[in-house]
Ligand binder design. Structure first.
Ligand code: HEC
Length: 107
């Protein structure tokens, strides 16, 4: 049972990795962790942990929706401001690496 769940996760991650131009490495995840704690943690919570009632729980963000991630962060959504001009492409990529691996737990 446990093994099957692991396989499903691995398949989901492989799919996400394909949508990426660069492969997700632990180094990218670590950079993403730093970037996240500088610019996102004040709302989304340290290590992506928050109550999930008012702010989106990033640990649940669908790993196959890279485009949606980019659009939401760059254009803003609801009460989240746009990060256009504040976050460049490489920062966006490492943030995605951090979120899609659930903070490196699923790399
Ligand atoms: C000022 C508080 C705030 C900050 C800072 C913030 N967010 Fe958000 N974020 C929100 C809120 C509120 C939502 C829920 C938006 C909604 O669905 O109405 C959200 C939603 C999201 C979503 C889901 C959007 C969707 O498509 O449903 C993503 C992804 C996200 N944030 C990523 C980030 C990242 C990455 C950062 C750092 C660069 C960040 N956020 C910084 C408040 C914030």
């Amino acid at each position: 049972m446990k093994l099957r769940m692991l396989l499903v996760c691995a398949a989901a991650l492989t799919g996400a990795a394909h949508a990426q131009s660069t492969p997700i490495t632990m180094e990218a995840v670590e950079k993403g962790r730093e970037q996240y704690h500088r610019t996102c943690a004040q709302c989304h919570g340290r290590n992506m942990v928050n109550s999930g009632t008012t702010v989106y729980d990033l640990r649940k963000f669908p790993t196959d929706q890279h485009e949606r991630f980019v659009t939401s962060v760059m254009q803003g959504k609801g009460n989240m401001p746009s990060f256009k001009g504040a976050i460049d492409d490489s920062a966006l990529q490492v943030l995605w690496a951090y979120v899609v691996t659930r903070g490196g737990k699923e790399l």
